[in-house]
Design a protein around this ligand. Structure first.
Ligand SMILES: Nc1ncnc2c1ncn2[C@@H]1O[C@H](COP(=O)(O)OP(=O)(O)OP(=O)(O)O)[C@@H](O)[C@H]1O
Ligand SMILES: [Mg+2]
Length: 323
């Protein structure tokens, strides 16, 4: 059973102590629990940073093993609408608390609240007021700017930031040991960097790599699994555009697109990163950046891949004539 479980579930933090990299939040929330004064909460921040995990750990801490009886988890963006949400809350809030362990409130978790319409958010704030006597709400969202200010002002706000690389490394180490993953040091470095503060992504990529090989996980596998282009490949393509004739450069781009699954848009992002470290005169730099950003826009609007590939070569080659 536990073999088939995704690691993000298998290693979901059981208690607040297992939440990595969000120390200040955990300390404050812990104090709320100890003093028995839990306010309505708003957790917001990027995916995979521990919002859902934290509130579930909070529920465990308050209610113990039977926490599920005391917690209602709702997906606020559910397209059945706010009326359904309101009814569910009403039913939940008014049922007698059989397993009430001295707690005077139940917990209602509203996930993806930022996907709700403004009208729905407006009715939500009335719902919150109405049920405050015996319920505490925890609103989870990725973006606070999509939330109604009146809703925000009813909650104590916590911003979950991307988890820092050392905290991800620490957590990953635990999983590597428990799952006996064979992975080299450089691959761990890349995994930690490329997950960009998202623990869910780090665990998913690690599990995918482990499943894909009987041997040791190396750097290339990490890049492949995470879908990030290998910096070496980007460099090779850029070199070809700078030094080879047009046809050869075009063939090189195509080769990397087909054999390595490189998307043009990744190529452009990679070029911009690399060119930032090149010494170029201003006119060249501006020419390339302006040209590449036009192409990026063209691709996002569904522009033809062949034409856009040629345009990349054109932009870089013609700008380099200024050097
Ligand atoms: N801070 C953390 N410490 C340890 N594990 C974490 C942390 N954040 C995320 N994880 C891992 O990633 C998985 C997903 O995390 P979680 O569901 O808490 O993310 P989230 O912030 O709610 O993301 P989303 O915005 O996508 O809902 C968890 O099951 C856990 O394994
Ligand atoms: Mg979540």
């Amino acid at each position: 059973m536990s073999d088939t479980l995704p690691w993000i579930e298998k290693y979901r933090p059981e208690s607040l102590d297992d939440i990595y990299g969000q120390q200040e939040i955990i300390t404050t929330v812990h104090k709320f629990i100890q003093t028995g004064k839990l306010p309505h909460l708003l957790f917001y921040g990027p995916p995979g940073t521990g919002k859902t995990s934290t509130i579930i750990a909070v529920a465990r801490e308050i209610y113990g093993k039977n926490y599920k009886n005391m917690v209602l988890e709702l997906n606020a963006s559910d397209d059945r609408g706010i009326d359904v949400v309101r009814n569910q809350i009403k039913n939940f809030a008014s049922t007698r608390q059989i397993f009430n362990q001295g707690n005077s409130f139940k917990l209602i978790i509203l996930d993806e609240a930022d996907a709700m319409t403004n009208a729905a958010q407006n009715s939500l704030r009335r719902i919150i007021e109405k049920f405050t006597k015996n319920c505490r709400f925890c609103i989870l969202a990725n973006y606070s700017h999509k939330l109604n200010p009146a809703l925000i002002s009813r909650c104590t706000r916590f911003r979950f930031h991307p988890i820092d690389t050392e905290a991800i490394r620490e957590r990953i180490k635990v999983v590597i040991t428990k799952e006996q993953v064979d992975i080299d040091a450089k691959a761990v470095d890349a995994l930690v960097q490329l997950s960009k503060g998202d623990m869910r992504r780090a665990l998913n990529v690690l599990q995918a790599c482990k499943a894909a090989t009987a041997g040791s996980i190396d750097l290339d596998m990490i890049y492949e699994c995470i879908g990030a282009p290998h910096p070496q490949d980007i460099e090779t393509v850029l070199d070809s555009i700078l030094k080879d004739d047009w046809t050869t450069a075009y063939i090189t781009i195509n080769k990397f697109k087909t054999t390595k699954g490189l998307a043009l848009i990744d190529l452009i992002a990679g070029f911009v990163d690399i060119l930032n470290n090149y010494k170029l005169n201003n006119k060249t730099r501006v020419g390339i950046l302006k040209g590449l950003s036009d192409i990026e826009y063209g691709i996002s609007k569904g522009g033809n891949d062949k034409i856009q590939s040629s345009a990349i070569i054109g932009v870089i080659k013609s700008a380099m004539e200024n050097e």
